[in-house]
Design a protein around this ligand. Structure first.
Ligand SMILES: Cc1cc2nc3c(=O)[nH]c(=O)nc-3n(C[C@H](O)[C@H](O)[C@H](O)COP(=O)(O)O)c2cc1C
Length: 186
């Protein structure tokens, strides 16, 4: 199973970077598999640690895609890093093994601390649809225009039926971002 999360890492200047990543869990390990190149990948190589932030507020995924990543953060306890203040929970992880690959290496990480902060209030289809749209946004260059428009159209059903105000705004932001990218490139 793949779990959608926001991974925070730091660079050599201790500047934090947040990015959405689908992670896997295997026994007590977390596996992060970033395509080459990415900031997260470089930070994992340089510092050997990360924070896996679990968050059900889809606006954070949208803002990552839009490059608006100046999120409130707090210092972690065990590793040198920061967690997302709005996360429901987070894992501090340390890289214990790298499986090298020319396209997408895998970082096998040990969880050294798990923190639960807030209650999870249940699944919302609009939030799931917005996260799907964020994945579409990160793949615009790889997909045909018709497929992107068809998928956006389908995802909009769940948004129209179940979104709150924040989700409505987030949906508009990510939809307009995707439409802008399509018009730029196709
Ligand atoms: C929900 C979601 C899951 C993602 N999972 C991955 C992943 O597992 N591996 C990856 O390389 N990119 C993944 N991406 C795309 C990265 O977030 C994207 O490439 C990002 O720009 C990397 O950021 P960075 O360069 O700041 O590390 C995902 C995007 C979204 C929206």
């Amino acid at each position: 199973m793949i779990l959608e999360t926001i991974v925070s890492t730091i660079n050599q200047k201790r500047e934090v970077n947040f990015a959405p990543f689908g992670i896997k869990k295997k026994s007590k390990d977390v596996i992060i598999s970033p395509y080459i190149p990415s900031i997260t990948l470089q930070n994992l190589r340089d510092n050997n640690c990360a924070v896996i932030n679990y968050i059900d507020d889809a606006s954070f995924y949208v803002n990552c895609i839009l490059g608006k990543k100046n999120f409130k953060k707090k210092k972690t306890q065990i590793i040198d890093g920061f967690f997302l203040e709005n996360s429901l929970s987070y894992d501090e992880v340390v890289v214990k093994k790298i499986i090298e690959d020319s396209v997408r290496p895998s970082f096998i990480c040990e969880v050294v601390k798990s923190v639960s902060k807030k209650k999870y209030d249940g699944h919302n289809r609009a939030k799931a649809a917005i996260i799907e749209a964020c994945i579409l946004a990160s793949r615009v260059k790889l997909l045909k225009k018709k497929k992107i428009l068809d998928e956006l159209n389908y995802l909009s059903i769940g948004v129209e039926k179940t979104a709150g105000n924040l989700e409505k705004k987030s949906w508009e932001k990510i939809k307009n971002f995707i439409l802008g990218k399509i018009n730029e490139s196709k």
